[in-house]
Design a protein around this ligand. Structure first.
Ligand SMILES: [Zn+2]
Length: 106
């Protein structure tokens, strides 16, 4: 029985090493990575699998999740929140979750 997420996927018949008939479930296509805050397409990301290290998602803070500009903003806002110059509740909604992550609030 396929898992619910695999029900719509294409099944390819294959034989197992033991000679039994089994189905290989085709992997879905990856979507294009977009910034969590501004929704722009992320640079330095790929939809392909098994690519060279230089083509993989950046390993920095929020790499593959937010663009460099938004990351910069979030870091500066988080610094203001930590020094009690700004409350988390006053932070723009699109940055709030990430600021909370950086500051360590829940
Ligand atoms: Zn962005």
């Amino acid at each position: 029985m396929p898992m619910p997420k695999d029900r719509g996927r294409k099944r390819i018949p294959r034989k197992t090493p033991g000679g039994k008939q089994a189905f290989l479930i085709e992997k879905g296509k990856r979507g294009i990575a977009a910034c969590a805050a501004c929704k722009n397409q992320l640079q330095g990301t790929t939809t392909k699998r098994n690519v060279a290290k230089s083509m993989r998602t950046p390993s920095r803070l929020f790499g593959g999740n937010m663009c460099a500009k938004c990351t910069e903003k979030v870091i500066s806002i988080a610094a203001l929140v930590e020094s009690n110059e700004l409350r988390t509740a006053d932070v723009d909604l699109k940055y709030r979750e990430k600021v909370k992550q950086l500051v360590g609030e829940k």
